[in-house]
Design a protein around this ligand. Structure first.
Ligand SMILES: [Zn+2]
Length: 377
């Protein structure tokens, strides 16, 4: 990863670049900051900058063999210590080295932006917390006691350092006190309280602030083609946390999808377009179980809103303008004679999906019943 791929944080980047250019790279640094500010991407870009033989005044070159290896997280002088736990495939004694393939895949896919919980979900460690044990520290010690393979420096990135258990932290502490030559430790943490005070005192603090909202706004537009207004809104809601901004944007996208899908569905029901409804229901498979449920819940919301429209309470309906218009046009077809049955039908469909029912059949059934119910006066 290059500095140019890291969102915002220009002051921190400047400081890190400076340290390399002035030959003042401190051997142990603690990248400390809140979730979603880009600590890991910064550490990765910094490591690449330190290792790249063709670095410029502003960034690593991005194309030399060294950069290419770092970009794949496969450089022999770049080591990772990460929280793990037992999984379906690693049934005992978990340690970072056993998860390097997953780590590379996940980190590259997310460009370094993810939370520890995202990582645990990816590993399917269920409800357990990840941790680093003395096995992790011992393995790191072994690797760092060897000579650097390629460049001058060996770099160890310790992600979520607060997840080290005491044995691990104590062993690492010895390493930090008597570091092997030309080794740089980059510890990344979000919770200082949980980090051993002695570890903190052995590291130079690199404080990483929340992202400024202009950087988030730009990144949402550039990376996701987000429209400017939505990018602006998501950036404000995120309070400087890129992960929250992405979630808000994704929710917005999902919401749009539910609106257009529901609208299409109800139009087919009005037209009693039986064969098209069968196709529609067959395609619903692609949404996946969670979104099928959310679509049905979206429908329930539209039906409930219809009551508000019918009782002249439209001003309390909180929906974007185009959806509100659709909802208002739809409202006359929902009345006391059919509302209870429609709501019951959707609620039952949700229960069936939760019980692993076959979605195309469930949606076909709901569709055909809706044709009749929408005609009820
Ligand atoms: Zn390079």
């Amino acid at each position: 990863m290059q500095f140019k791929d890291v969102i915002g944080q220009s002051a921190v980047k400047q400081r890190l670049i400076q340290s390399v250019r002035e030959n003042h790279v401190s051997h142990a640094q603690l990248f400390f900051g809140p979730a979603g500010c880009g600590k890991l991407p910064l550490a990765l870009a910094y490591a690449q900058y330190i290792l790249c033989p063709n670095r410029t005044e502003t960034d690593s070159c991005g194309v030399c063999p060294t950069c290419q290896k770092v970009q794949k997280l496969a450089h022999p002088d770049l080591h990772f210590v990460i929280p793990t736990n037992t999984t379906k495939s690693v049934k005992s004694n978990p340690e970072s080295d056993l998860f390097m393939e997953e780590w590379r895949e996940f980190t590259l896919k997310n460009e370094g932006y993810f939370s520890d919980n995202d990582w645990y979900t990816f590993l399917e460690i269920e409800n357990k917390q990840g941790y680093m044990s003395v096995r992790d520290a011992a393995s790191l010690l072994r690797k760092l006691s060897m000579k650097a393979y390629e460049g001058e420096y060996k770099i160890a990135i310790i992600w979520m350092a607060e997840k080290m258990n005491p044995q691990c932290a104590n062993k690492l502490l010895k390493l930090l006190e008597e570091p092997p030559a030309k080794t740089v430790f980059l510890l990344i943490a979000e919770d200082q309280e949980e980090l051993l005070a002695t570890i903190k005192s052995r590291t130079a603090l690199v404080k990483i602030p929340v992202l400024d909202s202009a950087s988030i706004e730009q990144a949402l537009q550039k990376r996701y083609g987000c429209d400017p207004q939505q990018a602006h809104d998501s950036a404000i809601i995120s309070e400087g946390d890129w992960l929250t901004a992405c979630r808000s944007f994704k929710d917005f996208e999902d919401h749009k999808l539910f609106f257009t899908t529901f609208q299409q569905w109800m139009r087919l029901c009005f037209r009693a377009a039986y064969s098209e409804l069968i196709d529609f229901s067959a395609n619903i498979k692609n949404l996946g179980r969670e979104k099928q449920k959310e679509l049905l819940n979206y429908g329930l919301r539209i039906f409930n809103n219809a009551l508000l429209f019918n009782n002249n309470l439209s001003e309390i309906v909180m929906l974007p303008e185009d959806e509100k218009k659709f909802n208002a046009n739809f409202a006359p077809f929902v009345n006391p004679a059919n509302l209870v049955q429609i709501a019951g039908l959707f609620e039952e469909a949700i229960r069936q999906i939760e019980r692993n029912g076959y979605a195309p059949l469930i949606f076909t059934d709901v569709s055909f019943k809706m044709i009749g119910l929408l005609k009820k006066k």
